[in-house]
Design a protein around this ligand. Structure first.
Ligand code: HEM
Length: 218
């Protein structure tokens, strides 16, 4: 009998959850122990940039990835799986919007905005995320489209959702490179932790993508 090497989504989602915890922990240690902490309103610019980093890394990207794999883990036929998927995306969207407001308040380059590729990618990611969220909400939750429409839109919802998620991951990776450069971190322990969180974030994104293409059962 031929051996089966079929891998299922469930163990991959567990790996992704562990990576979520690792990236979130590294980020919190970096921001709270090595940098100057967080604030939404402060005369210390770095605190605002730190809050932007936290909201984007954990709130927007990691929670957004969790929303994708939670849906997969339950193989969302049930309404509760759809509601959890939607609620996690709502948290991600709220964090993303708050994160953008925070960085605009920080005035990194005084009176100039949207100069970098990071900011362009970021703005496209947030806007398309918001649009995808609204379309998904109206089509699948309330008022809900007809069954045939829902079925034909599903592959597009999945594909565009993954593209937006990967766009957000690229933006976050670019943000990490920018902060490394702006802070001139060189070979410090500080820089190592920041870069390592970027490496683990890439692994997280790869696990989310793998979980999406694998069959769900374990
Ligand atoms: C997907 C997540 C992210 C999004 C959507 C995003 C979005 C943005 C936007 C729209 C700006 C422009 C603000 C302005 O023009 O005044 C910006 C700036 C900035 N972001 Fe992010 N960001 C994300 C993640 C990160 C991360 C993870 C970091 C750091 C580790 C970071 C660091 C910065 C820095 C240093 C700036 C100021 C320099 C610049 O305008 O490029 N960002 N971000």
């Amino acid at each position: 009998m031929p051996r089966r090497y079929q891998l299922y989504a469930f163990p991959v989602t567990i790996f992704a959850h562990l990576l979520f915890i690792a990236v979130a922990t590294l980020m919190l240690i970096w921001l709270l122990k090595f940098r100057q902490g967080l604030a939404f309103s402060s005369s210390i610019q770095e605190k605002l940039i730190n809050l932007h980093t936290l909201l984007m890394m954990i709130g927007f990207v990691l929670v957004g990835g969790e929303a994708i794999i939670v849906h997969k883990a339950f193989e969302a036929k049930s309404r509760s799986a759809k509601v959890i998927h939607m609620l996690l995306h709502l948290i991600a969207l709220a964090s993303g919007i708050l994160g953008v407001i925070t960085i605009f308040k920080a005035q990194v380059v005084p009176h100039h905005h949207m100069l970098t590729l990071h900011s362009w990618f970021g703005m496209i990611a947030i806007c398309s995320f918001g649009l995808q969220f609204m379309l998904g909400f109206f089509t699948y939750l309330f008022p809900r489209a007809e069954m045939t429409t829902r079925a034909s839109l599903k592959p597009w919802h999945r594909f565009i959702g993954m593209v937006i998620f990967l766009l957000a991951v690229c933006t976050a990776e670019m943000g990490i490179v920018e902060r490394f450069g702006l802070l001139n971190l060189g070979s410090s322990q500080d820089g190592l932790i920041l870069n390592f969180s970027g490496l683990l974030l890439f692994l997280f994104a790869s696990s989310v993508a793998l979980a999406v293409i694998l069959p769900p059962y374990y």
